[in-house]
Each structure stands twice: as C-alpha cells, then as structure tokens.
Design a protein around this ligand. Structure first.
Ligand SMILES: Cc1ncc(COP(=O)(O)O)c(C=O)c1O
Length: 370
C-alpha cells in the first residue's frame, strides 16, 4: 500500500532514540512486571486525566472486565452498551455472566443515542458503558444525569479516545471509572497489549489492584479469585515517552481531519462531525458512503488502504444470536455497519498523501468507479 491506514513505523522513527534508550533502561534494570515505570506511568496518566487513581492492566478488554468484576456485576445483572462498538465492550459484560442490553447509536456521533437509554433500564440494570467511538465523546452530561437519577454506575470505554474532551473535561475521567487501551494503533499505543482503569474511587482502585494480581495485596495471600492481568515495564516505559507527545499528535489528527473536511466535498460522502460539547481526537477518520465496496476496490487499486470498523453491529454477531434481536432492531447501528469507511489518518500522514486520497475519492465520484 502506498498510503496505509496507519503508519506505526513512521511514529517510532519520529522519536526512535528516546524510545530505544527507554527500552534499554528496562532491559538493564531486570525489572519487567509492575515495576517503577508502571507506577510512574499510572501517576502520569492520573495527572493527565485529572483523576485520583490509575491501575495498569494487560489490555483494554481486561480494564473493562476487571472494573465490572470489581463492581460485583454478575449473572443476574444487565449492563447497557451501544449496539455499535468494538465487540470487547459487550464481551466484558458477558465474561462477568451479565447480559449486555443494546441501545442504538446517534447517526452523527456514532456514540450511544442518549434519548433511548432510559427506555432500556430495568430493575436488573447495574451500569452503562458509553463508548467514545472513533475518538468522539459520547454525550456524557445526559448520561451522567441518567446515572445519577437511576443510581447506575458509569464505566467509560475510552479505548479510542485518549485526550478527547467533553465540555473541557477529559473523557475517561467523567464516569465512575474509565477504561483505556494501549493497543498499538490507539492514539496512545504501546508495542504490545496494555490497558488501564482510571477512577476517583479509592475502593475501586484497591479492588482492581487486587484483581490484576490473583486477588492479592500480599503475595501468595489471595483475598479473592483474581486474574493475571498486569502491565509490563517495557510497555510502561514506551508509553511514558509517548504520553509526552499525545497532545501534539492529537492536535495533528484534528488538523488532518479538518483538511480532509475541506477537500472531501460532495453530497455523496458523509463527513464526520464534532458535537458542540465535544473535542474529537480522530482515532479514526470515518466517512459514510453508499457504494462502499466499489469505493474500497477503487482505493485499493490506487494503493490506498481503507478499513471497515465494524462490519456488523453487536446484536447481529454470532455470540449474541441468543439475545434474539432480528435485523432492523437497531437501524442506525445497522446503517453505520453498512456505510462507514475509515480513510488513512495518522499524525505523520503528509499533505500530498492526503491530496492523493482526496483525488482518488473525487475520481470515483466523477464516474471512474461509481
Ligand atoms: C471501543 C473499544 N473497546 C475496547 C477495546 C479493547 O481494547 P484492547 O484491544 O486493548 O483489549 C478496544 C480496542 O481494540 C476498543 O476499540
């Protein structure tokens, strides 16, 4: 591909010496799991997001799972999730034995449609997981208001939105807990798996800390059944370097998105937008098109990568067939799954690469491929 969807090697090269030095420091230290870099990185993320506590875990999926477990969510419970997100959001609910209850999405932001949440609350509902999909914040003011009135926990899935803001406050810091992913392609990504739970609640912090190491505070003295879900020193040291550049990278992402917005004109392409309350961090640049398959082929022939996030909404995935939501149950989620396409966007993409993408879309709609 001449223009990839994301270029992680270009990012590594932009601060290679600093990263190499940091990695060597860990190799020479002999401390690889839950050492001083994990502790320092936890403090740095807590300070960046403005929360009291942060606990490094093995992945974003585990961040969700350990949080729900820490809240005691189990087989009798329901948790509200958007019908359109990465599978892990609902998978973590199911891993607890609880039932994910789907809510359709807002077609503008692709996040949970807050006007439909209350109708899905039952006496079994324990929590809501808003997902800040593609880097755009969900409407947290309304969600927090519902949660307060209905006494529900809010667990933000902030995997795709590190650095995004809702009315000037960082996403991930607004609910009872925020769950982060450091999967390599994320806005703050490591060179392997990693995740974090952030919170202002000392009890949640303490329980997640226990859960990540076999349920113990004191080695070999478990207090509960836990997990092996630890962040390692190599990931932490890499992420500590990268955290320093996150705001600059997110600013670049925003500028690149604005530039796409200016050059991708035409009523055939639905462009992403930013709600008045939101600061978007463009984890992905998502357009809406009717002729997606043909357009993808056209781009591929020109050496331009594109991606589909996600081809199916949650209720139509195999593991959720048992919940018996037929096609048509969540129309906006289904339409998004049919129409959305991700275009190349990463902080290192050049202006000429962006122009090439824009030109390829223009030739498609001028008849070359439509
Ligand atoms: C919305 C969302 N939730 C959860 C996750 C899970 O994160 P991880 O891949 O680190 O387990 C991801 C990442 O892939 C995600 O995009």
């Amino acid at each position: 591909m001449k223009i990839p969807l994301i270029d992680l090697v270009a990012q590594y090269r932009s601060n290679r010496e600093e990263i190499d030095r940091a990695i060597h420091g860990v190799l020479e230290s002999g401390a690889f799991i839950l050492g001083p870099n994990v502790a320092a990185f936890e403090r740095e993320v807590a300070s960046y997001l403005g929360v009291g506590f942060a606990v490094g875990v093995a992945s974003g999926t585990d961040a969700l799972l350990l949080t729900l477990r820490a809240y005691g969510i189990g087989p009798e419970d329901e948790v509200i999730v958007p019908a359109y997100t990465f599978f892990a959001t609902a998978e973590a609910v199911s891993q607890c034995g609880a039932t994910p209850v789907f809510v359709d999405i807002d077609p503008q932001t692709y996040c949970i449609d807050v006007s439909q949440v209350e109708a899905r609350i039952t006496p079994r509902t324990k929590a809501i997981i808003p997902v800040h999909l593609y880097g755009h914040p969900a409407d947290m003011s309304t969600i927090l208001d519902i949660a307060k009135r209905r006494r529900l926990k809010i667990v933000e899935d902030n995997a795709q939105a590190m650095g995004a803001e809702c009315k000037g406050r960082k996403t991930g810091s607004l609910g009872d807990a925020g769950c982060l992913s450091f999967f390599p392609s994320k806005n703050l990504g490591g060179y392997g798996d990693g995740g974090m739970v952030v919170t202002d609640d000392p009890a949640l912090d303490e329980t997640v800390r226990k859960l990540r190491t076999h349920g113990w505070r004191t080695k070999y003295h478990p207090e509960m059944i836990g997990f092996n879900s630890r962040l390692d020193e190599l990931q932490a040291v890499i992420l500590r370097v990268k955290l320093k550049y996150l705001d600059a990278w997110n600013k670049r992402r925003w500028e690149i998105a604005a530039r796409y917005g200016a050059v991708l004109s035409g009523d055939k392409i639905g462009l992403p937008s930013e709600a008045p309350y939101a600061k978007h961090v463009y984890h992905l640049y998502i357009v809406r098109v009717k002729e997606r398959k043909a357009l993808q082929e056209h781009l591929r022939a020109l050496g331009i990568a594109s991606g589909i996030y996600y081809p199916l909404p949650l209720h139509l995935l195999e593991p959720y067939r048992n919940l018996r939501h037929p096609s048509g149950s969540f129309p906006e989620a289904e339409r998004a799954a049919d129409e959305t396409l991700s275009l190349p966007l990463y902080p290192e993409i050049s202006e000429s690469q962006q122009n090439t993408v824009a030109k390829a879309l223009a030739t498609f709609y001028q008849g070359a491929g439509a």
